[in-house]
Design a binder for this molecule. Sequence first.
Ligand SMILES: Nc1ncnc2c1ncn2[C@@H]1O[C@H](COP(=O)(O)OP(=O)(O)OP(=O)(O)O)[C@@H](O)[C@H]1O
Ligand SMILES: [Mg+2]
Length: 252
Amino acid sequence: MKLSLPGSHIPNQLSNGITVKNVTFGYETGCDILHDINVTFDRGKKYAIVGASGSGKSTLLNLLMASHGNYSGQIYYDGHEVKDINSKSLYDIVSMIQLNVFVFNASIRDNITMFHEFPEAEVSRAIELSGLSKLIAKRGEEYLCGENGSGLSGGEKQRISIARSLLKKSQVLLVDEATAALDAETAYQVSSAILGLDDITGIVVTHSLDEGLLRQYDGIITLKNGSIVETGTFAELIAEKGYFYSLFTISQ
Ligand SMILES: Nc1ncnc2c1ncn2[C@@H]1O[C@H](COP(=O)(O)OP(=O)(O)OP(=O)(O)O)[C@@H](O)[C@H]1O
Ligand SMILES: [Mg+2]
């Protein structure tokens, strides 16, 4: 039996990017969490979303994965409203790098390929771009990762998640560096790996306001109480001496 999923099928190549237009959203009616969000994520660029705890960063990221449909406004992948894209088609384009990535007690390679066949060159590329080369050089491709990845560091598990997404050929990678789940060093490694991926659109919710990393993003989106208060590059936002400047200065 062939299952057909609702919604339209879209190409698994993003041409222009993702546009969020006048989006207002609340988990409960009458209690809006995000207010009139307008932002464009250009294909191939890297974005950081910053803001205080509870400002709506994870909520915004989850909306990009169509986790909630009851928002007002529009979210477009190229010309396609995300609500109308069938979920298989959407998940071909976009991957959330999982914090609690499931790792099998199998080799690094099998954990990346998830036991599917891929051309050797594609596996090598995913390993290299995700930053797993060093680990493999040290332990070998056949190294067993241990029960739920007990033989790997947090950062190495994240890299496995990135490598899986690259093999899947996801065009858009989303990362939510939830403070509790990710230590600063791991968060740093994951952001660096994402920033190094040339053709990938990367959107990272980050808590570690590291100047060296922040300078590498094409855009920083600053949320405050569910509204975007500032967007720009690190240099622009610092020069503005507004809300981002104060967040950054306090964190140093
Ligand atoms: N599933 C939910 N149901 C109801 N309210 C929620 C839900 N998830 C989040 N919220 C509320 O929405 C607001 C924004 O939460 P969100 O998780 O997006 O913040 P955040 O910026 O990611 O915070 P943090 O930095 O702590 O991760 C908060 O007030 C939160 O309590
Ligand atoms: Mg969050």
